[in-house]
Design a protein around this ligand. Structure first.
Ligand code: 5AD
Ligand code: SF4
Length: 471
């Protein structure tokens, strides 16, 4: 049993990260023959992409995907730790699986992802959820076939969680969720330690993938007909800083763009590492989409300092305005936390003021959630949850107003759309995303799916556009 350890997870050592190739032997390939699997994913794109690797490994082992957990032989929960409600959802699901397992003792159940990296969670599983067959963490996904095999040979919960980040493993198989757009990891982990955030503990220190591995993956995707890649990392702007190669995010963006893949996106950006040369590259290359996720978290410089964000409200606004000036038609989205410890009404009003200035195209808003082990967990917090909820509603009213306003401005214009598939519930309906990452619904035939086309915007809603395609 290898248990998670927060003290280890917090350390940042200079030790070298090695590049390793994924290998699976032939007897592991027979384990799943005749059996079905179901993977439930919580949380961010990083987790979604990990699930794409998990599914492909399971299929290499002979398992077949099933979309109903109730009659699957193997159930895996790929979990998220970012806020308390993500925890509650996963434990709620475990409760439902427990009933199922009382009827069908032979079901195999595994838990992985960020929650597996938390000491408290693993202890709770070992005490109260002894029937869970195996637990593995975010640093050893490639070990799944071995862990699964060991758990089948054992009567206890098999736990293998590394607290110290592992090597970068290349060559993992992948079962892609979408047909025309793909996630490409460019880095793992985060060294920023924003005081509210559990990610540096659950995902370990920052490790960038070698540029050639990334570029080759993009070229391969392009050759297979993919139209769009999203370069993924917790803090993509810091790409390369751990490699000492003098090759940063602006170089990578340029080189990925030069592969000729039709659309390039990236997320998530930390404002602190966003350089002018990155902005120049984004504006220069047409296939880098004019859509940037730029989490601000708060509009109060006092709270930003307590959050350990390394910028003030004014510095953020300066960056925001430079991006708007230099990248034509760019859409900018953000993340905002309300009710951070010590946030007073006047701090919150600063956040509202910032939102009024930025008029975001999209925003994800959250109430602060205490995460065990983080620095903010120790800060005194006197604000009542009812007050925090009120702040969230007040904030949402304003951000929603601007989503709609920005969308309305597009009515009558033509937008470039990657058509992804059939929209549910509408007879001839298709859906896709604009270059600025807005969902658009319109009518058209199947031959358009997977193509980038020009669509006229005819109506605007808060979270989507309606379009008309005329061929
Ligand atoms: N409480 C609330 N929101 C959080 N986020 C990260 N940690 C917390 C927390 N403890 C939000 C941030 C981040 C997004 C992914 O989740 O806004 O950008
Ligand atoms: Fe968390 Fe901050 Fe790292 Fe983002 S940059 S993952 S918010 S610690």
């Amino acid at each position: 049993m290898i248990l998670p350890n927060y003290n280890e997870a917090k350390k940042r050592t200079k030790s070298e990260v090695l590049r390793e190739e994924y290998i699976i032997n032939d007897d592991l390939k027979k384990i799943g023959e005749g059996k079905t699997y179901f993977v439930k994913t919580y949380g961010c794109q990083m987790n979604e992409h990990d699930t794409e690797n998990i599914k492909a490994m399971l299929e290499e082992m002979g398992f077949i995907e099933n979309d109903d957990y109730k009659n699957s032989d193997l159930i895996i929960l790929n979990t998220c730790s970012i806020r308390e409600n993500a925890h509650n959802k996963a434990f709620g699901m475990l409760g439902r699986i427990k009933h199922l397992k009382e009827e069908r003792k032979d079901i195999i159940v595994g838990l992985c992802g960020c929650m597996a990296q938390e000491e408290g969670v693993v202890n709770r599983i070992l005490e109260k959820y002894k029937w869970v067959n195996f637990v593995f963490g975010t640093h050893n996904i490639h070990r799944l076939p071995f862990i699964l095999k060991d758990s089948l040979d054992s009567n206890n919960t098999e736990v293998e969680v590394y607290s110290k980040e592992g090597n970068i493993v290349e060559g993992l198989p992948v079962k892609r969720q979408h047909s025309y757009k793909a996630y490409v990891n460019i880095m793992y982990g985060c060294d920023k330690f924003c005081t509210y955030c559990i990610v540096p503990f659950t995902r370990g220190k920052q490790r960038s993938r070698n540029k050639d591995d990334i570029i080759n993956e993009v070229i391969d995707l392009k050759n297979k007909g993919y139209m769009e890649v999203t370069l993924l990392g917790q803090n993509v702007n810091a790409y390369g800083k751990d490699l000492d190669t003098n090759y940063g995010m602006e170089d990578l963006l340029r080189d990925v763009s030069l592969t000729g893949i039709p659309r390039v996106r990236f997320m998530t950006s930390h404002p602190w590492d966003f350089t002018d040369s990155m902005i120049d590259v984004i504006s220069k290359y047409d296939n880098i989409m004019p859509s940037i996720h730029l989490p601000v978290q708060s509009g109060s410089s006092r709270i930003l300092k307590l959050m350990g964000r390394r910028y003030t409200k004014e510095e953020y606004l300066k960056l925001f305005n430079t991006i708007k000036e230099k990248i034509p038609n760019v859409s900018i989205s953000t993340d905002i936390i309300v009710g951070f410890p010590k946030e007073e009404e006047e701090d919150f009003l600063e956040t509202l003021d910032l939102v009024e200035k930025c008029k975001y195209d999209n925003a994800f808003t959250f109430i602060f959630s205490k995460r065990e082990g983080t620095a903010a967990c120790k800060l005194e917090d006197n604000t009542d949850i009812k007050e925090k909820e009120k702040r969230l509603y007040r904030l949402n009213d304003i951000v929603n107003k601007y989503f709609l306003e920005n969308n309305k401005r597009l009515v009558g214009t033509k937008v470039s759309v990657l058509v992804e598939g059939r929209a549910q519930g509408r007879k001839n309906g298709l859906f896709g995303y604009t270059d600025t990452n807005k969902l658009i619904n319109f009518d058209g035939d199947d031959s358009l799916i997977g193509k980038i086309i020009s669509v006229e915007v005819v109506d605007a809603k808060t979270w989507s556009l309606d379009g008309k395609y005329e061929g």
